[in-house]
Design a binder for this molecule. Sequence first.
Ligand code: FES
Length: 196
Amino acid sequence: MSSIGSDVAAAVTLSAEATRRIDEIVARYPTPRAAMLPVLWIVQGELGWIAPEVMEWVGNRLNCSAASVEAVVGFYTMFDAAPVGKYKLQVCRTLSCELMGARKVIDHLRERLEIEPGDTTEDQMFTLQEVECLGSCGTGPLLQCNFRYHENLTPERVDALLDELRGSEPTDDVTPIIHERPSRDAYREMFPATSR
Ligand code: FES
């Protein structure tokens, strides 16, 4: 186990394996803070999310301020500055997906889960987030569920996904689920406010 730095950061404890991986990665770079992203990824994998004291710990380890760490955590949606549910549902809201019905998908999830974007369900099962472009603009609307993309979504496909997730455990499988693209008429019916 390893702890580091001030009283607050000293409360952070990592496993020997996480500490070994961090030491190994930091040693690859000319300046410690250049290892910020992989170090944060290891820390989040170990602790689940990145609390303020963890940001301070990372800052101490990488010779930079906790504010610098907080800025990085806040910028990348892969990092969480608050606890999240078992499944993190990140819906792309950038232009291509927005035009293809992302708003309808987000509103459907809000209704089904009874939470707003940024919130987690009471049973700690789902966290709903709106994110910027996920780099799969031709198959929107889409969401990333933990490590996996679900593409060409419709409200019915969102329902099926929620049902499936409720009866399963998270996996590390990153193979995208690319549904067949609905016809133009089907899209017009599902998303009447969007003219295509
Ligand atoms: S706009 Fe949604 S993936 Fe790019």
